[in-house]
Design a protein around this ligand. Structure first.
Ligand code: SAM
Length: 257
């Protein structure tokens, strides 16, 4: 059965079997773990995920794919035809799994909403995503690089982030304009943070205007308080948001809480 790819659903099907296998094998799972795949498409990655013998839950928005995907369903594999962003994952998982893994080649246009939708999932161990290369660089950026932004710090709050490998655009059908990369997030212990809301607001405000110094972006804050912490780390008053590692943001947020 031939499916005409829908651009509006980010349908670029991965065709390179070696890469599909590499993505599936980049994470080790046990038979009683749960893997969630977002957007199985025609099942190219699903086929390799099934070989891991874990439980598998897939979310696919395009019901045209039902006849193709039907063969993957059994007592350990369930496919839900729904917009993943509207899903209630906890409700869909009837059993309490000790470890949940997300492994997916996702539609690029909703990368950030997908990450936000899964970030607080209980027992989430790791997330492996094939994303646009530029986004992968941004998500895994280190301080003092141009790609380091508020999204990087936000993600660093929850995960250790690893850029795994590049995937050329010619590995897909239809061929997208941009190259891709596989990225892995592993959940890490929570930071000692007094108030999450203050921290998230601080991050957003710090990166509000990238060209401005931190001081200029944080005009409404108690600068003396912030500067005390910067001084402790030998950071000048002219420091910019992209020069500051998450640990220092946490310390600033706690001092403001
Ligand atoms: N996994 C397949 C592969 O590797 O070839 C397909 C990947 S393709 C980039 C993205 C898939 O996500 C498509 O099958 C598309 O229909 C599906 N999709 C798009 N938006 C979605 C959403 N909001 N919820 C669930 N699936 C979605």
């Amino acid at each position: 059965m031939e499916i005409k790819a829908k651009k509006s659903l980010g349908q670029n099907f991965l065709q390179d079997e070696k890469i599909l296998q590499q993505i599936a094998n980049s994470v080790k799972t046990n038979i009683d773990d749960l893997i969630i795949e977002i957007g199985p498409g025609t099942g190219a990655l699903t086929k390799y995920l099934k070989q891991k013998n874990s439980y598998l839950l897939c979310y696919e928005i395009d019901t045209r794919l039902k006849p193709i995907l039907a063969k993957y369903e059994n007592h350990k594999t369930k496919i839900i035809y729904q917009d993943f962003l509207k899903s209630n994952i906890i409700k869909d998982i009837s059993f309490k799994y000790n470890n949940i893994y997300i492994i997916a080649n996702i539609p690029y246009y909703i990368t950030t909403p997908i990450i936000k939708h899964i970030i607080n999932l209980p027992n989430l161990k790791s997330v492996t995503l094939l994303v646009q290369k530029e986004v992968a660089k941004r998500l895994s950026a280190k301080p003092n690089t141009k790609d380091y932004g508020s999204l990087t710090v936000y993600l660093n709050y929850y995960f250790n982030i690893n850029y795994l490998f590049d995937v050329k655009n010619t590995s897909f059908n239809p061929i997208p304009k941009v190259d891709s990369a596989v990225i892995n997030f592993t959940t890490k212990p929570k930071y000692n943070l007094i108030n999450e809301e203050i921290f998230f607001k601080l991050i957003n405000n710090s990166f509000k205007q990238k060209r401005k110094t931190l001081k200029n972006n944080l005009k409404d804050y108690n600068w003396n308080q912030i500067n005390k912490i910067l001084t402790k780390y030998n950071l000048p008053e002219t420091v910019r948001a992209e020069q500051i590692p998450i640990e220092i943001y946490i310390e600033i947020a706690n001092s403001l809480s």
